[in-house]
Design a protein around this ligand. Structure first.
Ligand SMILES: Cc1cc2nc3c(=O)[nH]c(=O)nc-3n(C[C@H](O)[C@H](O)[C@H](O)COP(=O)(O)OP(=O)(O)OC[C@H]3O[C@@H](n4cnc5c(N)ncnc54)[C@H](O)[C@@H]3O)c2cc1C
Length: 369
């Protein structure tokens, strides 16, 4: 079922409910109603959401989410939106951005191993520069726009390295005993959030059609089953609230998954610059896009190469265009809608399936479709 609604009763009622809730919680000051989602998106497409809210405090977020659940108001958590295609039209959602209060980097211990707790709203590029001060080389993530939270959710990276290869533990909000129907309603295709403000699970009910339990904030040590290429796979995860990195200095100068510990800062900064230069040379990073649209089908089969070999470079649907520079980038070269971008992607998927019998999967997240 689509979550898009025309400027309908549902949309208007959702907006009114949100207004009431936010004013009760006294957090109206960072809310914008009928927010134009294309302003958030680097591909500059998408419709309007009932409300866009920046939130700074975990406690306020916990309260808010509990009320939203009770009132059956849909919500969706975003980082910098660099990987999300928002539907066009009017989306009866509250879009929540974790803001400054979730933007802290904390060094927990710095001798044998560097232990860092990082807030999900921390800018990824700021984080890798920060790590260079500790002689830690995260240049594999250089030039990737967005937040650390968004990167962990998508296990972002390059050259077969994902950020989660270096994550020791995550703190997140988990949702227990909730029906699929409800989960679908609440989360679209992704991770939506709610918190509770104490440590016990509570039963609650949402209008009259379903029951749910609100789960606790949890921490979990990541093992390699919890993530895969471009995905974190934790079924009960609703919102990521903290990321713990642990980097062991005892392995100085030893290559670990192509990641070098113990280089000096100058060398690391050079690696970062080099990586950004390479990325600019091979990808249209300054154009309106969401980065690579499709996942690589395997370690040795690249989506961009398949799309290029199928003759799609430069192919247009309306103002949606396959980049000439890198065929896995779909660009908005004018006034494309999200629907134009999606249609172009579907044409590509169809042909790749026909030609190579390969199902291309989206790397980007679809929101509100
Ligand atoms: C020019 C360009 C180049 C790019 N290059 C790369 C690249 O080289 N490698 C790569 O992997 N990606 C790349 N990307 C994609 C994108 O930058 C990454 O996926 C990035 O890590 C997304 O971070 P974000 O903060 O923008 O997340 P968003 O796009 O805001 O969110 C992504 C997903 O994470 C969820 N999410 C975000 N924060 C939270 C949270 N705290 N709790 C729960 N869910 C959350 C959202 O709901 C959404 O489903 C590129 C994008 C662009 C535009």
């Amino acid at each position: 079922m689509t979550n898009i609604s025309k400027f309908s009763d549902v949309y208007i009622k959702t907006k009114e409910k949100i207004k009431q809730i936010l004013s009760e919680l006294k957090i109206m000051d960072t809310a914008i109603f009928d927010y134009n989602l294309s302003l958030l998106s680097p591909i500059k497409t998408g419709g309007k959401c009932a409300c866009f809210l920046k939130i700074n405090s975990k406690q306020k977020l916990i309260k808010l989410i509990n009320i939203l659940l009770k009132e059956n108001v849909k919500f969706y958590i975003v980082g910098n939106c660099s990987n999300i295609l928002f539907n066009d039209g009017f989306l009866n959602f509250l879009i929540i951005k974790l803001d400054k209060g979730f933007d802290k980097i904390e060094v927990l211990k710095g001798k044998q191993a560097l232990k860092i707790k990082c807030g999900p709203a921390v800018n990824l590029q700021k984080f890798i520069i920060y790590l260079a001060d500790f002689n830690v080389d995260f240049s594999f993530a250089a030039g990737i726009p967005g937040t650390v939270g968004g990167a962990v959710i998508g296990n972002s990276g390059s050259n077969k390295i994902g950020i989660n290869d270096f994550v020791k533990k995550i703190e997140y909000i988990s949702l227990k005993n909730i029906s699929n129907h409800v989960l679908n309603n609440l989360t679209s295709n992704s991770f939506n959030a709610f918190f509770k403000d104490n440590n016990k699970s509570i039963d609650s009910s949402c209008n009259n059609n379903f029951n749910f339990k609100i789960a606790n904030i949890k921490t979990k040590t990541l093992n390699n089953k919890d993530y895969k290429y471009r995905a974190l796979v934790i079924n009960d995860l609703l919102v990521l609230t903290g990321v713990y990195f642990e980097l062991d200095f005892s392995i100085k100068q030893v290559e670990y998954k192509n990641f070098i510990l113990g280089n000096n800062k100058i060398e690391i900064l050079n690696n970062i610059r080099k990586k950004i230069k390479e990325k600019k040379a091979s990808q249209p990073v300054r154009r309106k896009s969401l980065g690579c649209f499709f996942k690589n089908p395997s370690d040795s089969i690249f989506a961009g190469k398949l799309i290029e070999d199928a003759g799609f470079k430069g192919f247009k649907f309306g103002d949606a265009k396959v980049s000439l520079k890198h065929a896995n980038y779909l660009l908005n070269v004018g006034n494309a809608s999200s629907q134009d971008i999606l249609t172009l992607s579907k044409i590509i998927k169809y042909y790749i399936k026909e030609k190579y019998n390969i199902n291309l999967e989206y790397e980007i997240k679809l929101m509100g479709f």
